[in-house]
Design a protein around this ligand. Structure first.
Ligand code: NAD
Length: 496
């Protein structure tokens, strides 16, 4: 069994307390993946102090030079994509095709933010007084505390680390307790790419013991959190008294709307990918499909038939299409929702844990579809985070949009229609951060803003150049070269 360590001030070290914990493969819990430091506030203290010291040098490194390190990290990630993907399948559970995609997202983000090192644009603008120059620049903020979930164990850490670093900040990252290996792989790669000591620090461990002290630490100036809405609320409250920049990416209850003029086969493929890709454990998963009554029957039959053919198993097998739930507690949550669903709607397929052969050693659940689900049902309102899809009939575009918007979250939505007018109406009226036409709710690209409205987010966006707004602050600069005191708003311009 491999012993993994924290990364603090350029050294790989155990927890101060010496305590450790282990992780296991969710597809086969007989496989222990390693032991990790069970860290606490003392380890966070050391990591934040190291980051604070490193900040004074790192912020002065020219941004294009900082970016070159990110570029080298991207090149190394390309070489290591396959072994990193395999390790990720073992620790997270999703199939190899998807873990390769997760590493690819980290590669894309690293290249993208490397390019940003030669931009980081501000504005130059005329001043209202003569012989005066005005501009705005982005300045770094300081130590960033990054807290990440288990479902995208390398992509999400990269979404936070790369923009934070290119802006000149230093970081303390706390990966999800159950998927630290992928974050460790990413940080090791940054180290080998030449990142100076203390610029990135990684502390393994649990939320209350490691995440909470990061959020309240007075030297942490930015908190970027991705996870559940429940924990996000605690994090935002804890960060508020010290006025930290606080960026939150949280839960989703995303919708695919299938209109009566849709290409039904295409919509079915989108619903299968959105509902069962990553075993439904994506914040952008399509856990609701609202279908026009005129095509409801046809869609439901084709969707159920396609779902029944999905091969479920260990994601390391290239022929497997869907892996396990990530943990025992996640599996229990999903099974509980299935029981709730049975009392609320019609179970069309699935509904059980899979225990045949070696599957009994993992957390496997059948692809599950409920039909004729009332929009107010709990399975149509609450984030399940598993392979469970609610089919909801509707009579019009307007009703589909009302149902689509009728949840507490606002991350992603999709419409299948051949009518450009209806597509544009939905694009205008769906209050979500991401919208797709004739494509599933999944498929974000790193150079566009990513995030959601309502209980999904607090107004920030990660990815794209929008991410720079989380990790930098604007400074407006006025340079008066008139040689006299000039007063904005008070002096009257009379010509020179
Ligand atoms: P979670 O909220 O349980 O944990 C997220 C992180 O917060 C983990 O690292 C955890 O250890 C830490 N944490 C727990 N308690 C904490 C505390 N008191 N203080 C500080 N940190 C604490 O979420 P999860 O189960 O890891 O991930 C699944 C959730 O993440 C889902 O709700 C999903 O929708 C959401 N998610 C959202 C996005 C997005 O971009 N909107 C992306 C991926 C996942």
């Amino acid at each position: 069994m491999q012993n993994y360590l924290n990364f603090i001030d350029g050294e790989w070290v155990p927890a101060h307390s010496g305590k450790t914990y282990q992780t296991f493969n969710p597809a086969d819990t007989r496989q222990c993946l390693g032991s990790f430091p069970d860290s606490d506030a003392a380890d966070v203290e050391a990591a934040v102090e190291a980051a604070a010291r490193a900040y004074e040098r790192w912020r002065l490194v020219p941004a294009p030079k900082r970016a070159e390190i990110l570029f080298r990290a991207a090149e190394l990630l390309v070489q290591r994509k396959e072994p990193f993907a395999r390790q990720m399948t073992e620790e997270m559970g999703k199939v190899l095709k998807e873990t390769r995609g997760d590493v690819q997202e980290a590669i894309d983000m690293s290249y993208f933010m490397a390019g940003e090192g030669r931009r980081l644009y501000g504005q130059t603008t005329p001043a209202e007084l003569p012989s005066k120059f005005a501009m705005s620049i982005r300045q770094s903020v300081g130590v960033c505390g990054l807290i990440t979930p288990w479902n995208f164990p390398m992509a999400i850490p990269s979404w936070k680390l790369m923009p934070a670093l290119v802006c000149g900040n230093t970081c303390v990252i706390k990966p999800a307790e159950s998927t630290p290996i992928s974050a460790i792989n990413l940080v090791k790669t940054l180290q080998e790419a030449g990142l100076p000591k203390g610029v990135v620090n990684l502390v393994c461990g649990h939320g209350p013991q490691v995440g909470a002290p990061i959020v309240t630490h007075p030297k942490v100036r930015v908190v970027s959190f991705t996870g559940s809405t429940e924990v996000g609320r605690l994090v935002a409250q804890a960060a508020a008294p010290t006025f930290k920049h606080c960026h939150m990416e949280m839960g989703g209850k995303n919708v695919i709307m299938v209109l009566d003029d849709a290409d039904i086969d295409l919509a079915v493929e989108g619903a299968v990918w959105g509902g069962f890709g990553t075993t439904g454990q994506r914040c952008t998963a399509a856990s609701r499909v609202v279908v026009h009554r005129k095509v409801y029957q046809e869609f439901a039959e084709k969707f159920v038939s396609r779902a029944r053919k999905i091969k479920v198993g260990n994601g390391l097998d290239e022929t497997v299409e869907m892996g396990p739930s990530h943990s025992e507690s996640q599996m229990q949550t999903v099974l509980n929702y299935i029981e709730i669903g049975k009392g609320e709607a019609e179970l069309l397929t699935g509904g059980s844990r899979l225990t045949e052969g070696d599957l009994r050693y993992g957390y496997f659940i059948e692809p599950t579809i409920f039909g004729n689900v009332p929009p107010t049902a709990r399975i149509a309102q609450e984030e399940i985070f598993g392979p469970v899809v609610a089919l909801i009939p509707c009579d019009s575009l307007e009703e589909a949009i009302a149902i689509g918007n009728g949840v507490e979250y606002g991350l992603s939505a999709a419409i299948y229609t051949r009518d450009v007018n209806r597509a544009f109406i939905a694009m205008r009226d769906m209050y979500t951060g991401i919208f797709y036409v004739n494509s599933s709710t999944i498929g974000a690209e790193v150079h566009l803003p990513f995030g959601g409205t309502k209980n999904t987010g607090n107004g920030h966006r990660e990815a794209g150049i929008a991410a720079l707004d989380i990790f930098s602050e604007w400074k407006s600069i006025y340079i008066d070269y008139s040689g006299r005191l000039q007063k904005a708003q008070i002096d009257e311009y009379k010509g020179e």
